[in-house]
Design a protein around this ligand. Structure first.
Ligand SMILES: NC(=O)c1ccc[n+]([C@@H]2O[C@H](COP(=O)([O-])OP(=O)(O)OC[C@H]3O[C@@H](n4cnc5c(N)ncnc54)[C@H](OP(=O)(O)O)[C@@H]3O)[C@@H](O)[C@H]2O)c1
Length: 363
């Protein structure tokens, strides 16, 4: 069968496609075999392939990369219950999180495509407990985007107090995977969103892609946007757009350079859900680095919470809501399996809106 392995981690040229890898066998009676149909990429995959992943564990040699996939069960072990051949499933990034507990740094030792082999392969075996049923209305390409990006968005909005309520406003930072899933989950739940981006063209496109989640009677301010290059003090703009009330949630993926503005954009009792650190890849922002974040949180009475993906229980709850609302993930581009390297380069370019997907097999 065909499988990618990382022969080195200096750059994406380490992504090597092998076509003579033996098909795996079930190693326990409770395992299932999944024929992988599509995988999606995350910032994590780029970091792992270029040795920049802040993991408290070694990256396996000749690692099979990528954590997020959707596929079809083609074989079940003798003691498997609840799954059958033909079931359509998604992988879970950090194995072992079938309980309702937070994924944490130590969970990374069970991370697909990091500490252990991932899913850029035609067949994959895993214990029956480490899969989630795909939302029935999605294609494999769409469902492959859920395990990290959507689960992180779900955890940001529903993981702990405060949880999202209809009528809330969610600030979604940037037009990448996590933020746009947060926007879709929020709109599906009757909340409003403010989306930021470096690009006005992306904001126009995103606003149009999100229209199916609006009702004909939705208020005109249900989706608002801010170009953060045109408005470097975008927290001031957030206050203006919300009539001084500020937002209930911020999907914080910028890190150091944006956290202060995120706190200032949030109402008392609201939540800054911290997931990412995209600004680490840009020029250091000395002014932001010197901000007194503790006092900002204190005086603003704002909550801040780090969240690491989401657990399997959250993933399943989210899938039910996405299915009920008929929410379709925003897939920017689908690459062929032979083009995995190009898909990595495309994600790194930052040109995408939403998710970048790679088709693995179609028959
Ligand atoms: N904690 C977790 O479990 C978890 C899970 C997933 C991802 N993450 C992290 O979250 C971050 C985003 O991940 P993703 O998968 O959504 O990435 P992505 O799909 O590559 O999207 C990243 C987007 O962030 C925006 N951006 C870049 N630099 C920015 C800045 N300085 N300020 C504001 N926005 C900026 C850009 O949007 P525009 O082009 O529109 O400006 C970009 O498209 C990454 O740091 C990733 O490592 C963490």
């Amino acid at each position: 069968m065909r499988q990618y392995q990382l022969s080195h981690r200096k750059d994406f040229s380490g992504l090597t496609l092998h076509d003579d890898i033996p098909k795996p066998k079930l190693s326990t009676a409770t395992e299932v075999m999944v024929k992988i149909r599509a995988v999606s990429l995350n910032a994590r995959d780029l970091q792992i392939a270029t040795d920049q992943y802040p993991a408290p564990h070694a990256i396996k040699d000749n690692l099979v990369p990528v954590s997020d996939a959707a596929g079809e069960i083609v074989e079940v072990g003798e003691e498997v219950e609840g799954w059958k051949v033909g079931d359509r499933v998604c992988t879970v990034c950090f194995l072992g999180h079938d309980q309702d507990e937070d994924v944490q740094m130590h969970s990374m030792v069970r991370g697909l495509g990091g500490a252990i082999d991932g899913v850029a392969t035609e067949y994959f075996t895993v214990d029956q407990t480490q899969l989630v049923r795909m939302p029935s209305h999605m294609t494999f390409e769409q469902a492959s985007t859920l395990p990290i990006a959507a689960a992180t968005a779900q955890n940001s909005l529903y993981g702990h107090h405060p949880v999202l309520q209809a009528g809330d406003t969610v600030l979604c930072m940037g037009t990448g995977g996590v933020s746009l899933f947060a926007a879709q989950i929020a709109l599906n739940a009757g909340a409003k969103v403010i989306i930021t981006s470096s690009s006005s063209a992306k904001l126009t496109r995103v606003t149009s892609l999100l229209q199916p989640l609006l009702r004909s009677t939705s208020s005109p301010d249900t989706i608002q946007t801010i170009n953060y290059n045109e408005h470097p003090d975008w927290d001031v703009k957030v206050a203006e757009l919300t009539g001084g009330k500020k937002v209930d949630f911020v999907i914080e993926i910028g890190g150091r350079a944006t956290l202060g503005k995120s706190i200032r954009s949030t109402r008392a009792g609201g939540l800054v859900a911290i997931s990412g650190y995209m600004s680490d890849y840009g020029k250091p922002d000395e002014k932001a680095n010197q901000e007194d974040l503790a006092k900002m949180l204190l005086y603003g009475a704002v909550n801040a919470r780090g969240n690491f993906v989401g657990n399997k229980v959250q993933f399943e709850k989210m899938n039910r809501a996405l299915e009920t609302g008929g929410v379709i993930p925003l897939v920017d581009k689908i690459f062929e399996f032979e083009q995995l390297k190009e898909a990595y380069e495309y994600l790194q370019s930052g040109k995408q809106i939403g998710k970048v997907v790679v088709k693995v097999s179609s028959d």
